[in-house]
Design a protein. Structure first.
Length: 391
């Protein structure tokens, strides 16, 4: 049974999308305010360098700030862009002639962006350096010490408030992602435990059939076959009929026991949908092609594959939707996971993907990761099975 009602999941997804839209709107508004202040400075001409050069520095600041939070670059690359954004923000402040310049907003933006890239104590160090830069600028542009101190103190309060707010939001997002990952792990474990329990029950029933009925039917079949050669012509017809019934019944029991001993297909769609319901931060769509069946071993591998795909989407992709599709073609069962996040330029497999690849290879399958046109993980398994039970 699905522990996550469709209404609750839809409501959570709607809330998540609304939250992301609000975060994006806040970021755009903050960036727009910064550029507006920069444009106003250009219009008023409150710079002590040519406006063309100052405008170029402002453009460089805008580009480096955006690149520092882009997932298309490595961590070292983003840190380099971030350092450039910090230096250009100081340069923009230093080259303005207004002692109360609103360009300190750019410094706040850089500090807020830093909460996503560097440890918090480094961010606090940047806040301190920004405050010293603002104080020095005030003093150089003619403000007296008391005025500079009050101005910087007020600026520092706003600076810290914005940084701590951004850090709190970031931690909330991280903790929510960690909670969803743990919930996903528990749901996957529950699915596999239920499948294992069902398999154990099928095995118990098959043994009971084999021990209680199979041996007796075998003995009966042998006795009837022996009697067929000893009875006279009058009774032979009845013996032949009884022998045929016993033989057919023995064949049916063998087939039933073999079917029970083999892993049943199970409900792969339901298992995947349960995993999807455990992660309300994503709109996860499950599509299983008609007629697709997977035994217990294959189901376990595909459930683990889906778990890893969902986990990677939560941790590394700024995605809102994930599509899990299961298809069967030419003796191969394939699970494909595609999200709508920004695909990275390079893939460095971690322990999760490496472990998944090893699990699939042990079963004769393989794992493939594609970054274009969308980030996609394909897990493929052969559907060949040759397990027969003899009694």
């Amino acid at each position: 049974m699905d522990d996550h009602p469709a209404g609750a999941t839809a409501s959570s997804a709607h809330s998540r999308r609304a939250g992301r839209r609000a975060d994006a709107f806040a970021g755009y508004a903050f960036m727009g305010l910064s550029l507006g202040v920069g444009g106003l400075t250009l219009i008023t001409g409150d710079t002590d360098i040519p406006v063309e050069i100052w405008a170029g520095i402002l453009v460089a600041w805008t580009i480096t700030v955006n690149l520092s939070i882009s997932d298309r670059f490595s961590r070292n690359g983003r840190l380099l862009f971030y350092a450039c954004a910090l230096l250009t923000s100081w340069a923009l402040l230093a080259t303005t002639t207004d002692s109360g310049s609103m360009m300190v907003i750019l410094l706040i933006v850089v500090a807020v962006v830093g909460t996503h890239l560097i440890p918090m104590w480094w961010v606090l160090g940047i806040v301190l350096l920004n405050s010293l830069a603002a104080f020095g600028h005030m003093h150089i542009t003619g403000a007296d010490l008391p005025t500079s101190a009050v101005y910087v103190a007020f600026y520092l309060i706003i600076h810290l408030a914005m940084v701590f707010s951004a850090y709190a939001m970031l931690r909330e997002t991280q903790l929510r992602a960690e909670l969803e990952q743990k919930n996903l792990e528990l749901e996957a474990a529950g699915v596999l435990l239920e499948d294992a329990a069902a398999s154990a029950e099928r095995l118990r029933i098959s043994r009971e059939l084999h021990d209680l009925i199979g041996h007796q039917l075998t003995v009966l079949n042998l006795d009837l076959e022996a009697a067929k050669h000893r009875e006279g012509a009058a009774g032979r017809k009845h013996v032949d009929r009884a022998w045929a019934v016993a033989k057919d019944l023995l064949s049916d029991v063998r087939g039933t026991v073999g079917q029970l001993r083999r892993d049943s297909p199970g409900d792969l769609r339901q298992s995947l949908e349960r995993l999807a319901g455990a992660v309300p931060s994503l709109d996860i769509h499950v599509a299983v092609a008609p007629g697709v069946e997977a035994d217990e071993v294959m189901t376990e591998a595909l459930v683990r594959a889906a778990q890893e795909i969902i986990t990677n989407t939560i941790k590394h992709a700024e995605a809102t939707e994930l599509l899990l599709t299961v298809t069967a073609d030419e003796g191969t069962l394939a699970l494909s996971g595609t999200n709508d996040g920004t695909p990275p330029r390079a893939i460095t497999p971690g322990h999760g993907l490496t472990g998944l690849r090893e699990r699939l290879e042990l079963l004769g399958g393989h794992l493939a990761v594609h970054t274009t046109p969308r980030f996609t993980v394909d897990a493929r398994l052969p559907m060949t099975r040759d397990r027969q039970l003899q009694i």
